[in-house]
Ligand binder design. Structure first.
Ligand code: URA
Length: 484
């Protein structure tokens, strides 16, 4: 039996795994250990001597999965990874990762999901506190302490670098730390616990949290799972949570009465076959297994929080899923969340959303009765100073996000579908769709009884006060009236 210690590091595991594989040592003959686990009299037996022979090839999919799993806190991860590697290569099971019911594969995927959730929580719940000024740069300095479930500091540091690029900060966790000084992102060891000094910044977070608190989305159990109590002591807003929860039921009942109508569509969706075809054409099932399509909206929403089908999740705050009654007769689809939508986690709440609300009201459509969503669920932007400038999603990003949109369509089954801008129409109808060529009712899409393609409200915003804007606004209103 060979006992090996891996220094919590993917590269270290990879090197050792490669040598073992080349020497043909089976997983049953190895004990993988964490540093410090070793008994007093035990020592490593030396690894097989290095060889120049090429190691058996493995797919990128496995390597990327393994690199993520290396950040899991489970002590069994190295053994599980080596067993999977062995089965994929010398074991002759090259399609193993497609067999999602295999116990090893399903465990690996579950671990990846746990890491994704942990990353999402860290993005949402790190709270910086001001600790003074950096004498070298003259910039304000901030610190945060956070306790993730897994070793995810290296996976999240870039997100904070992009988001808080204008300030100097350091984040400490028990298993790693990171700091940014405007020029260099540094990684360091973990620390036991850092007492971050109290600061006025708390007040800002409290104000922000109160303003985004949405009682209709409140599910106490889900919220406590999402924001476990262990994080609460680091959150300045935590003492507001109990009172907001208790005050929310009444508000929610009022909102339900206002929003919900009896289901009109019910039964099987006549477009189901067509929609399924749309998703399979894109061959995205590797990211989102087929059996997730068609589950209730809450399931989809929950699953989408972990979506990593394209790189946009890396810089965005989180997934912005659609919202509205799940039996809405009208579904509105935009391009992607903007800056404000990204921060608040809700579609169409920024300037374009406010303009849209005005036109919907003018057209006699109550937004609260519509299901509102986007073709792409993460904000794509380039940082410019403190601002984040919108960038349009590319065809690959649109297609990777499409299963979520189709899933929403399958669940809501709207009678009328309104597509704002070319991205939405390209996602669902035709990758070359041009609003300038086909505007208004689009025939024979098979997506809903009535499908309307029109310009995006942000196009109207970009026209500012030009005479053209008046003309365009009138056309936009006409398109919305078609829907009603
Ligand atoms: N633009 C969109 O397309 N969607 C939003 O949610 C906001 C702006």
């Amino acid at each position: 039996m060979l006992t090996l210690t891996v220094e919590n590091d993917f590269e270290d595991w990879r090197e050792k795994a490669r040598a073992l594989l080349l020497a043909g040592i089976s997983p049953a003959g190895i004990i993988w250990e964490e540093p410090g686990q070793r008994g007093l009299f035990e020592t490593d037996r030396p690894l097989p001597p290095p060889t120049t022979a090429p190691a058996p090839r493995v797919s990128r999919e496995f390597l990327s999965l393994a690199e993520t799993i290396a950040h899991h806190c489970s002590a069994g991860r190295w053994a599980l990874l080596y067993r999977t590697l062995w089965r994929l290569t010398l074991g002759g099971e090259s399609n193993l990762l497609k067999r999602t019911t295999d116990p090893d594969v399903s465990r690996l995927f579950r671990m990846r999901k746990e890491i994704s959730r942990d990353i999402h929580k860290m993005h949402a719940f790190v709270r910086f506190k001001k600790t003074g000024e950096n004498p070298e740069t003259g910039r304000e300095r901030f610190m945060a302490w956070f306790e993730p479930d897994h070793r995810i500091m290296p996976l999240t540091a870039k997100f904070f670098q992009k988001r808080f690029t204008g300030m100097d900060w350091a984040i400490f966790t028990p298993t790693g730390s990171a700091s940014w000084d405007g020029k260099e992102l540094r990684h360091g060891p973990g620390v036991d616990k850092v007492e971050v000094p109290e600061e006025k910044l708390d007040e800002l977070w409290r104000g922000y949290y109160k303003s985004i608190f949405n009682p209709a989305r409140l599910k106490v159990k889900a919220m406590q799972a999402e924001m476990p109590k262990k994080y609460w002591h680091n959150l300045p807003e935590s003492d507001l949570i109990e009172s907001l929860i208790s005050g929310s039921r009444h508000r929610v009942q009022g909102m339900h009465k206002e929003h919900l109508r009896p289901t009109t569509s019910g039964g099987k969706n006549p477009y189901l076959k067509h929609l399924r075809k749309l998703t399979s054409q894109d061959n995205n099932s590797v990211f989102i297994p087929d059996d997730h399509i068609g589950k209730p909206l809450d399931d989809l929403r929950e699953l989408a929080t972990c979506c990593q089908a394209c790189p946009l999740h890396q810089a965005a705050t989180g997934t912005v899923f659609g919202e509205g009654p799940d039996d809405a007769e009208i579904m509105l689809v935009g391009e992607q969340p903007g800056d404000q939508e990204d921060l608040l986690g809700r579609p169409f709440v920024g300037p374009a959303g406010q303009l849209l609300d005005r036109f919907l009201a003018e057209a006699g459509i109550d937004r609260k009765t519509c299901y509102v969503t986007n073709a792409v669920k993460h904000f794509k932007f380039t940082p410019r100073g403190k601002e984040r400038l919108h960038q349009s999603p590319n065809p690959d990003e649109i297609s990777r996000c499409k299963p979520w949109l189709v899933g929403e369509l399958l669940e809501v089954k709207p009678r009328t579908l309104i597509l704002f801008g070319s991205t939405a129409a390209r996602s669902l109808i035709d990758p070359n769709f041009k609003i300038t060529r086909l505007r208004g009712i689009v025939p024979d899409t098979g997506l809903a009884e009535k499908v309307i393609a029109t310009v995006h409200p942000s196009y109207l915003l970009r026209l500012r006060d030009t005479p053209q804007r008046e003309v365009e606004e009138a056309l936009f209103l006409k398109d919305l009236q078609l829907a009603r």
